[in-house]
Design a protein around this ligand. Sequence first.
Ligand code: GLA
Length: 383
Amino acid sequence: MRDELVKEFRNRFHKDPERIFFCPGRVNLIGEHIDYNGGRVMPCAISPGVWLAVSKNINKTLSFHCLNFPESAELHLQTSYSRSGAEWFNYPLGVFDHFAESEMPVSGMDMLFYGNLPIGAGLSSSASIEVLTAFAISEMFGMNISKIEIALLSKKVENEFIGVNCGIMDQFAVALGKKDKAILLNCDSLDYEYLPLYLGEYTLVIINSNKPRKLTESKYNERFTECGRALKALKKELPAQHLCDISMNDFSAHRHLINDPVLEKRALHVISENSRVEEAVDALRQGDLFKFGKVLYASHESLKELYEVSGKELDTIVDFCKTFRRCIGARMTGAGFGGCVIALVNKDRLDEFKPELISNYENIIGYKPEVFVSEIGEGVKEL
Ligand code: GLA
């Protein structure tokens, strides 16, 4: 990839890039829709991601180019920037806006991006490009911003510049991923530890439903608001800052306070998912992959029935996984409403799993999913 990127950089900017950076995507193993509810999540960085070839320039211009999209942008350095429609370069632009508003000096830059992450497929392409841009700026201008700070400022860009009320999980995972490790992250305190991912004879398969995602942002923000309303009702009697501070027992005794069946379902998902993360951690620590797999299936069920962020495409994949004897667990990963499923499949049965799943899905849905195996990799870095 590096050679192609350098070649294309020379074509477009008539010079060599000074530096090249890479940021991965992520999958979340368990703990879905609980990062913005103060719970614990277990994501890991994957091998596909986004590259950035970059050089400073002296003409005070920010040039955004990307091999994946025909649109490019050239802007004069300013003291603030604003979002332009739904263009891809809003993500890096939002990061520049953050640096401009924080009065951190940045010169003109020529940038060429390329991603091999499916875009909008729930593998954090947006967090990846934000963290990549922030890391590159920090390195190019000797700012030495820590990776945690990079994750936090990138989340802020997503919340304020892009307008999605996401939690910290994605930005954190793509900034701080570690090879062959899952990150167990407390999204309230930001305490984290790396858990070894020994999958033995199983492998982590990622299945992109290829469902065109629509309304994801608005539905996502709707869930965010619903959780806030459920929490507000429960707070009348429970001293909680986040939904995830509430135990299942306390919830059972106070759920009537919510007085709205939909909000009650949302809260039940959040609180039960938070305890499933505990179960998953125990299972991994005991090396009990069957138990881990069962927790993944239970998580999917809850996201489907209670949080209602799955859909026919993701359910079709998970239903197939349940019938495939050597698949021991599967669930949708990320925000949902389309996107990807992760599945734990016996390595020796991958050759059967893949074609059977593809044909089953195509029969029901009418187009093919994409199935791939990914390594668990490192977070953002310079190449
Ligand atoms: C998206 C958001 C994350 C998280 C997940 C759901 O990926 O960006 O912050 O909320 O959805 O777990």
